[in-house]
Design a protein around this ligand. Structure first.
Ligand SMILES: [Zn+2]
Length: 305
């Protein structure tokens, strides 16, 4: 009988989309949900992004709120299983919508929303989103675009419980023009947002290849023990290796092509980097990355560094 009631309750409360989120412990009191190394699809419901939560004595701090209201709701339920505590702060690493569309859920729970200036500039309440178009209305149910409570320009630190959180903008333009990292100095854990990708290719369409490489160097110089990127499963001190290798090789090949007068129309045929063909999202992102990097490197003078 009990199981029949439970089953009926399940049907009653069943969401249009089940994310089946499972928290993975990456450090003491730090857990993450790892998304698939894919593009956004109806099938994954936008669960192709990494989001994390840090437990403190006074409550949770969430880093990136995920792709939908429903996702954040499931993430919150998983947190409550670990410890019955409120979510006090949500930090958004950058303006791309797979990272913050869970904000309205946490706002409804009383959390303070923080993020970069570019969120304020580009995210407008009521606007339609790429996520909405990609996952469909059912999965998107309840999702609202909301404003931040606190904008971080270059640097901000706060303590919750006894845990120190440092938010920093490392370079002017890297993955976007407003990427924040979140560093926990006591735990030597850094959340880098999309400054770090692994297990799939990154996109540099809104950013800079030079800035991205600089950001990776700065992240490594912090000597964190745990580095959690916005996408991909590698979280040890080598998490930056894969993206650095890809971007450095691309930079080298494009600079060579430029010195041989290869035109922008021809560049994607020259810089194919076949060793990355089996990397997830190569077909979708590689040519565009080469094209964008070419436009940037055309103007680039290494001696001005
Ligand atoms: Zn992303």
């Amino acid at each position: 009988m009990k199981s029949i009631i439970a089953f009926c309750l399940f049907l009653w409360t069943a969401q249009a989309f089940e994310y089946d989120l499972t928290p993975v412990k990456v450090s003491e009191d730090v857990h993450c949900f790892f998304g698939a190394p894919e593009n956004i699809t109806q099938e994954n419901g936008g669960n192709m992004v990494n989001t994390c939560f840090v437990q403190t004595k006074e409550g949770f701090v969430v880093i990136d709120s995920g792709p939908t209201f429903g996702y954040a709701q499931e993430a919150y339920a998983q947190m409550q299983k670990i410890k019955n505590l409120p979510v006090k702060v949500v930090i958004n690493t950058h303006e791309h919508d797979d990272h913050w569309l869970g904000n309205s859920f946490y706002k409804s729970k009383g959390a303070l929303l923080m993020g970069p200036r570019t969120y304020e500039q580009n995210v407008i309440p009521g606007m339609s989103t790429r996520m909405q178009r990609s996952v469909g209305e059912e999965t998107y149910t309840g999702t609202k675009v909301v404003k931040l409570d606190k904008i971080v320009d270059t640097h901000y630190a706060f303590t919750l419980g006894d845990t120190v959180f440092e938010l920093k903008k490392l370079v002017e333009k890297a993955h976007t023009q407003g990427d924040l990292v979140v560093y926990l100095p006591q735990k030597k854990v850094i959340f880098t947002g999309d400054l770090v990708f692994n297990d799939r290719l990154s996109s540099i369409r809104d950013g800079s290849i030079i800035g991205s490489l600089k950001a990776l160097d700065l992240i490594d110089s912090m000597q964190a023990q745990v580095i959690v990127g916005g996408h991909g499963y590698v979280t040890d001190a080598n998490a930056t290796v894969s993206l650095r290798r890809y971007l450095s090789e691309m930079k080298k090949q494009i600079l060579e092509a430029l010195s041989n007068d290869v035109s922008i129309d021809q560049i994607t045929k020259h810089v194919t980097m076949p060793e990355y063909k089996n990397m997830k999202l190569y077909d979708v992102l590689h040519d565009r990355n080469v094209f964008e990097a070419y436009r940037e490197l055309e103007m680039y003078d290494e001696d001005e560094e």
